[in-house]
Design a protein around this ligand. Structure first.
Ligand code: SF4
Length: 344
């Protein structure tokens, strides 16, 4: 006779998501913290373990599926979006997580990522941004700064960098967020919010490559600079930052500016109020362009729009309508039908 197992004994924990494989990132790499955050997040999502799939492209970050004790697919360079979309459409019940880097996602796979985002499948995209190609030993990437000296730019890069969040917003992403490998609590909260969103969730993660681009985010996320150079977005709250919480962001015409509360009659009512749910992309686009050193760098959810149909729902509905009107398809008849011809 079967005995019912108490629910708490069925509960998943972090260990359930740790794969037995050796983790082969460099000691000190920021990827470890992100892996830890995901392994802490998954047990809390209420999703059966067998419903998780982690899909990656190529690069250091893309080794992720090896280290997760879930279904996974380490695909080819830049093509994770294609596979992730197919997996979600084939089985909409799966919780699909796509891992990519700034090179894999914005250079080799930039075109594919654009189309995933605009189609809005319910896929969670984690873009690890370390502003360098780590796996191939230190070439400049699409997010490297102008002037960056690397093995492939010995006198400095002349390429203007891609802003990943602006790229996602330009592709009409329905969920856009940023977090950092230095902030475990914030990562877990952000991943949970991404999971809760129905549609594509795009998350940029500031990640440190300790070998080829060490401390690239230190001026923003470092212990000394975080309070003055980071801005944590809170829904419905004014954009306030600073060690003494006395600075804020207001707009002057179309341009943002940093102001000090209490100076020149400025108070909180003058500041921008965070609203991630506005359908106007101008506000999250403005936020995404707040950069070091002139502005604090925002972290949190920039945009979350509910209600847009997901790709898998649209495709499933279309298939159901076609089936009800025309019955089961016949591939052979399609291939040899009136739209085919013989080459002589
Ligand atoms: Fe991490 Fe950089 Fe090493 Fe790659 S090369 S594993 S990104 S530290």
């Amino acid at each position: 006779m079967k005995t019912a197992v108490p629910e708490e004994e069925n509960a998943l924990n972090k260990k359930d998501f740790v794969a037995p494989n050796d983790v082969r990132w460099c000691p000190g790499c920021g990827d470890y913290a992100i892996l830890n955050a995901i392994q802490r997040t998954f047990p809390e999502l209420g999703v059966p373990k067998e419903k998780f799939v982690v899909i990656s492209g190529i690069g250091c970050s893309s080794r992720f599926p090896y280290y997760m004790n879930t279904y996974g697919f380490h695909t080819i360079h830049g093509r994770a979006p294609t596979v992730a979309t197919g997996v979600k459409v084939a089985n909409p019940e799966l919780s699909v997580w796509m891992v990519t880097g700034d090179g894999d996602g914005l250079s080799i796979g930039g075109n594919h990522l654009l189309h995933l985002i605009r189609r809005n499948p319910d896929v969670n995209v984690l873009l690890f941004n370390n502003r360098i190609y780590g796996l191939t030993k230190g070439q400049y990437s699409p997010t490297s700064e102008v002037g960056k000296k690397t093995k492939s730019t010995p006198v400095g890069s002349v390429d203007y960098p891609v802003n990943p969040l602006l790229f996602a917003l330009g592709s009409e992403s329905t969920f856009v967020a940023r977090t950092s490998d230095t902030d475990m609590k914030h990562m877990v909260e952000t991943f949970k919010a991404a999971h809760a969103h129905k549609g594509t969730s795009f998350i940029e993660i500031f990640q440190n490559c300790v070998i080829y681009n060490n401390k690239t985010w230190e001026p923003v996320t470092g212990r000394e600079s975080k309070a003055e150079q980071s801005l944590f977005l809170e829904e419905g709250e004014p954009l306030v930052f600073g060690a003494e919480r006395n600075k804020g962001i207001r707009v002057n015409g179309f341009d943002p500016e940093v102001v000090t509360l209490g100076e020149n009659g400025v108070n909180e009512s003058d500041l921008l109020i965070h609203n991630s749910k506005t359908s106007n992309p101008a506000y999250p686009a403005l936020l995404s362009q707040l950069n070091y050193p002139a502005f604090p760098t925002p972290f949190g959810i920039f945009r979350q729009l509910e209600g847009r149909e997901t790709y898998e729902d649209a495709v499933t509905q279309q298939l159901e309508v076609s089936h009800s009107k025309q019955g089961e398809g016949d591939l052979q008849a399609l291939l040899t039908g009136s739209d085919s011809w013989v080459v002589e």
